[in-house]
Design a protein around this ligand. Structure first.
Ligand SMILES: Cc1ncc(COP(=O)(O)O)c(C=O)c1O
Length: 423
């Protein structure tokens, strides 16, 4: 029980009757009020993390900016929190540009990414005066030169493949040789020279991003030298990628430890006067949220399958790269009996795939139909990849703060499932 609380947003407690509370809100009342499955975000935890990143980076490298990687939780309310906390936003594509603008961001604080940006997305970026476009290859330069009016200007960074790997699943690695993102140093050097000759684009700096859910600081530090070797510029965007704590076994570096390593490498290799940008996504939001499910069936046989009313429709992280999650029975977290009667179970979803497994082996206390299951650390990339598999309606997002809960994204309606049908 104590272990589970350590994975939940700080300040989560257990009420006298064994019910989990998140940011002062009882899990049973949240489930009653908003239905299940539902994603519950501890708003203060989100804000604290944003501040921690901003303050810790500024303390180490004063000319710096934190931009939240919107893709990790591309919800207007979350982007708005980041903007209110003084962060910029990394946006990948036209959709994230639109929600970021709706969240009230100053377009000058946007950094646009994408390995396949369409002309429509670049048009939107240029029209709104987006601060930095991260050029992924020559096609981006062709399109920008066509779009930027004569006499106009667009500031750009060039994304470099540092040739660095990390001990993570191949599906979340991006900085290795052969990555589809960015350019290897020789090709980057050629493109930099071309941009420097352009009368419409300004070559402001370089970008690098090693991958995601990285639980070791060394790969971040290693990614700086290959970028520095391409020359001295105004800006170095060193990407995101710090891992979050999902399981009892995970011991991710703290933000301070991560920045010590990254800024240590920046001091060694980058010009002292340059601006450093970082783009945390997962580690910014994962731990601030949980998903509440209702247990729909319990089937005992070779395994005990505990099936819930969600699954890969609201959490694709398991299927995508085998991410390990933990869980607890949110209505029976008995503080007096933390280990009594546990049963090893497989938590599965409601979708028609054997791969629809939320947790392959977790100890639950006598799970039964109707229980509320809480899965911690679902704040990153779960909302992002939510889908309608088996006619699922995408789940709501609820902000909880100081005992009050408010809906920031409602559950999809049944009507919306066929709203795009034209016949
Ligand atoms: C360019 C870029 N920046 C930042 C991020 C955020 O990474 P993470 O969520 O692992 O911090 C990503 C995601 O992979 C990315 O592609």
């Amino acid at each position: 029980m104590g272990e589970l609380l350590n994975l939940l947003p700080p300040g989560s407690t257990v009420a006298a009757d064994g019910t989990l509370t998140i940011a002062g809100c009882r899990a049973d009342e949240l489930a009653e009020g908003f239905g299940t499955p539902a994603m519950i975000v501890d708003e203060s935890a989100l804000r604290r993390r944003a501040r921690e990143y901003r303050i810790e980076l500024a303390a180490r490298w004063p000319s710096s900016r934190v931009v939240f990687a919107s893709k990790a939780f591309p919800c207007t309310a979350v982007q708005r929190v980041m903007v209110q906390e003084g962060l910029g936003l990394d946006v990948a594509g036209g959709g994230e540009i639109r929600t970021a603008l709706k969240a009230g961001v100053d377009p000058a604080l946007l950094v646009l990414h994408g390995n396949a940006k369409g002309i429509d997305e670049l048009t939107l970026a240029v029209r709104h005066g987006i601060g930095l476009v991260v050029v992924d290859g020559p096609d981006d330069v062709d399109r920008l030169e066509e779009l930027v009016a004569s006499g106009g200007n667009q500031d750009v960074l060039v994304r470099v493949v540092p040739g660095v790997t990390a001990d993570v699943h191949a599906h979340v690695l991006t900085g290795h040789e052969g990555s589809k993102f960015g350019l290897a140093p020789p090709a980057a050097a050629e493109l930099i020279a071309r941009i420097e000759r352009s009368d419409r684009l300004t070559m402001r700096g370089l970008h690098v991003h090693v991958g995601s859910q990285i639980l070791d600081t060394a790969p971040f530090a290693r990614s700086v030298a290959p970028v520095a070797a391409l020359g001295a510029f105004d800006i170095y965007d060193l990407g995101g990628g710090l891992g979050a704590r999902y399981s009892y076994a995970d011991q991710p570096p703290t933000v301070a430890e991560y920045l010590d390593a990254l800024v240590g490498a920046a001091r060694e290799h980058l010009p002292a006067g340059a601006q450093v940008i970082i783009e945390p996504g997962r580690s910014m939001v994962a731990s601030a949220a949980v998903t509440l499910y209702r247990v729909t069936t319990v089937k005992r046989g070779a395994h005990t399958f505990v099936a819930v009313d969600g699954g890969m429709g609201d959490n694709l992280e398991v299927a995508l790269f085998g991410q390990r999650f933990e869980a607890g029975i949110a209505n029976r977290l008995d503080p007096a009996d933390p280990i009594g009667g546990t049963e090893r179970v497989v938590v599965v979803g409601r979708h028609c795939e054997s791969g629809d497994v939320l947790i392959d082996g977790v100890d639950l206390v006598a799970p039964r139909v109707g229980d509320l299951l809480v899965v911690p650390a679902t704040g990153a990339y779960c909302f992002t990849m939510a889908n309608n598999y088996n006619g699922s309606r995408r789940i709501p997002v609820v902000f909880a703060d100081d005992g009050a809960a408010r809906l920031v994204v409602r559950r999809e309606t049944w009507e919306e499932l066929s709203a795009r049908d034209v016949e």
